[in-house]
Unconditional design. Structure first.
Length: 531
């Protein structure tokens, strides 16, 4: 039986088991080993603890530095002329895990030029903030971009952070245009069982109703329709999507399917991956570590029913005999990009790539009828278990618009100023980041599929263009025009079909087609509709 005071004392003296706290140790950075046909390429070096990365819709890459609070930007494979583009102030940097943890851009860019961050604040709280950018908002080749002074709007700034570990750290937008945020349980395990605390949870926030101006938090405006506790009298509960997590430092969203891939850091034995497309789940901490019971006498006995086990887990004993450090770093679901010279091949589509912060292996998983298992070995793998090696201190991964995998490397041998942003690319492509202006139109698969009366249609324009979107039945007859032909800005666009025709009547179940026309080119997606 383990009590929570004992657990907290153990965490204070054995930080290596809790997350990224090996910032204070030294170690060798192994040479990168990749399968045949892949290269690891550097885009920017000399960075100070780059921790989170995110693409703007036009292909420019944002980078946040953990302890300096600097926001930096990579354009065409190098740091932008304006550097940094901004600094997030008032951040706490104690313990090695605190600081500026994550960054993401608004998918409505450039009409809504907002950048969101998650940071640990000096008043023992976590802050979710929004900043406004100005400059060349529509030119993906320009380094002229900067945060507007005084533009900070706080979304949430009262999330408890009384310890210096387990803060979570990721912000991602889903295909529903909602903002998802991961938060750790602050090394106080029972908070993961309490949806009113905003610890040990994934939040799902609707930022579209916020004023464009600076201002204080307004939580009721953030409550997203469809959240599992959306009718709760407690405003915090209305923001929660998932719970029962320990330290979901990194997660990603596979936009074609809308599924969340949550990498939850374990205590002493198991690191776990939780894959979900449904809200309201309880992933078990602190009653479970992975699939194993984790006994505590302070969170209520017996454990509640309905706990959800991981989609995949790994035991440190698989590669370490002496209880070594481990921290799962969530990666990405791979999606190939036609005509890209650096994309992962189409044979990798749907596979999930992730790494371990301390050991530095990359593993590749595939979905086997709902169970996630190791993908088959490919030529040149360094071992049957490891798809790649040498990724010690990698802290964030994103899938690029070119189909390559981009990642932040905190540094070499835990030395300040040795951080880099790099990418894993197939074949011999150029090091520069491909601009969205050179990429194809992206028309994402319909979400959800099948649709039960409504469907979300997301598309990305590489440049300003004339676009039209309409729904047709199986005989080719137009059912509904969602977007009359008009000029639209570059970036992400979202249309919603409510399952009705032009007259407002519900259409019968069946297979419908969404047809997107962009400057004379046509793109089509199937919509299986059930009632």
């Amino acid at each position: 039986m383990i009590s929570l005071p004992s657990l907290r004392r153990a965490l204070a003296t054995a930080l290596f088991c809790s997350g990224l706290a090996a910032f204070f140790t030294s170690g060798a950075h192994a040479a990168v080993q990749l399968p045949t046909g892949f290269q690891d390429q550097v885009l920017a070096s000399g960075l100070d603890w780059p921790t989170g990365i995110a693409f703007l819709p036009d292909g420019r890459l944002l980078v946040c530095e953990l302890q300096s609070g600097r926001l930096r930007m990579i354009v065409n494979g190098e740091l932008a002329a304006i550097d940094p583009i901004g600094i997030v102030d008032s951040i706490a940097t104690a313990g090695g895990e605190q600081g500026l943890l994550g960054v993401v851009a608004d998918p409505r860019w450039p009409s809504k030029p907002f950048i969101y961050t998650l940071s640990a604040a000096l008043d023992s709280t976590l802050r979710i903030s929004r900043f406004t950018a100005a400059g060349d908002l529509s030119d993906g080749t320009s380094g002229n971009l900067a945060i507007v002074a005084g533009s900070r709007r706080e979304l949430i700034r009262d999330i408890a952070s009384v310890t210096d570990v387990h803060s979570g750290g990721t912000l991602r937008f889903g295909p529903d245009s909602l903002l998802y945020v991961s938060l750790g349980e602050d090394a106080i395990a029972c908070t993961a069982t309490d949806t009113t605390k905003l610890n040990g949870v994934i939040l799902r926030l609707d930022v579209r109703g916020l004023p464009d101006t600076p201002g204080p938090p307004n939580k009721p405006l953030l409550a997203a329709a469809g959240n599992p506790w959306g009718t709760s009298a407690n405003v915090n509960r209305r923001l929660v999507w998932e719970r029962g997590l320990r330290n979901p430092f990194r997660f990603s969203i596979d936009k074609p399917t809308g599924r969340l891939f949550i990498a939850d850091v374990g205590f002493a034995k198991y690191e776990e991956l939780d894959v979900t497309s449904t809200g309201g789940l309880n992933f078990g901490w602190p009653y479970l570590e992975g699939t194993a019971p984790f006994v505590t006498n302070e969170c209520g006995i017996p454990a509640p029913s309905g706990l959800v086990g991981p989609s995949f887990q790994y035991d440190r004993a698989e590669y370490c005999a002496n209880n070594c450090s481990a921290t799962i770093i969530g990666g990405v679901v791979l999606r190939s990009v036609p005509n890209s010279t650096v994309t992962f091949p189409a044979s990798y589509d749907g596979r999930y790539l992730f790494s371990d912060y301390y050991t530095g292996f990359i593993w590749m998983l595939r979905d086997s009828s709902g169970t996630w298992v190791k993908a088959p070995v490919v030529p040149g793998q360094p071992s049957t278990a490891d798809w790649a090696r040498g990724y010690t201190q990698a802290s964030d991964y994103v899938l690029g618009p070119d189909g390559a995998v981009y990642y932040a490397l905190n540094g070499y041998d835990f030395a300040s100023g040795s951080g880099e942003v790099r990418r894993i690319a197939h074949d011999n492509g150029n090091v520069g980041v491909e601009s969205r202006a050179a990429a194809r139109v992206e028309f994402a698969p319909v979400y959800p599929s099948p649709s039960r009366g409504s469907a979300s249609l997301r598309y990305v324009l590489p440049r300003a263009a004339r676009a039209r979107l309409a729904i047709y039945d199986a005989l080719g007859r137009r059912v509904r025009e969602l977007q009359p032909e008009t000029s639209l800005a570059a970036g992400e666009h979202l249309a919603l079909w409510d399952g009705r025709d032009e007259s407002g009547r519900n259409v019968p179940p069946g297979v419908y087609m969404a047809r997107l026309g962009v400057d004379g080119a046509s793109f089509t997606r199937r919509i299986p509709l059930v009632r």
